[in-house]
Design a protein around this ligand. Structure first.
Ligand code: CUA
Length: 146
């Protein structure tokens, strides 16, 4: 390896190291982490429901099925944490809360979960973003933040 090659390899390695450190710093500053494991008692479910924890956190158990979400309309407090648990009753669906970065897959036999909050009062459509059949484009639900 001649001197020029050593310089290029050294600069490339340094740049990769810099990118990796930037990634770690961004993850730490933004509190980004891998999702926690769900407790074993959270099993795939077939009926949508809404719970409220003693601290006021709203928990929504969504079931995605051809071609609707259950529950379809849910009111949540703006600026407060909301837990979504998502299960699929038939095929793979997607759940995207409009104008947020809340984006989950509904996979048969599995439960996905995510905690988020809606900062502003308003109506937030939830759409299915995974093609799931003939009426996929009609699969919509609404979160109403008050
Ligand atoms: Cu459900 Cu597309």
């Amino acid at each position: 390896m001649d001197r020029a090659e050593k310089i290029v390899v050294g600069l490339s390695s340094g740049l990769l190291g810099l990118f990796f450190l930037a990634l770690l710093a961004a993850a730490r500053l933004k509190a980004i982490d891998v999702p926690p494991c769900l407790p074993p008692e959270v099993r795939p479910f077939q009926t949508g429901r809404i719970d409220t924890l003693p601290d006021g956190t709203r928990q929504i158990f969504y079931v995605a099925r051809m071609w609707r979400f259950e529950p379809e309309v849910v009111e949540v407090p703006a600026g407060k944490p909301v837990d979504i648990f998502l299960s699929a009753a038939d095929v793979t669906h997607g759940l995207y809360v409009s104008w947020t970065n809340t984006n989950l897959m509904a996979i048969p036999g599995a439960v996905n979960a995510y905690r988020f909050q809606l900062p502003q009062p308003g109506v937030y459509p939830i759409i299915c973003h995974e093609y799931c059949g003939a009426a996929h484009q009609n699969m919509v639900a609404y979160l109403i933040a008050k």
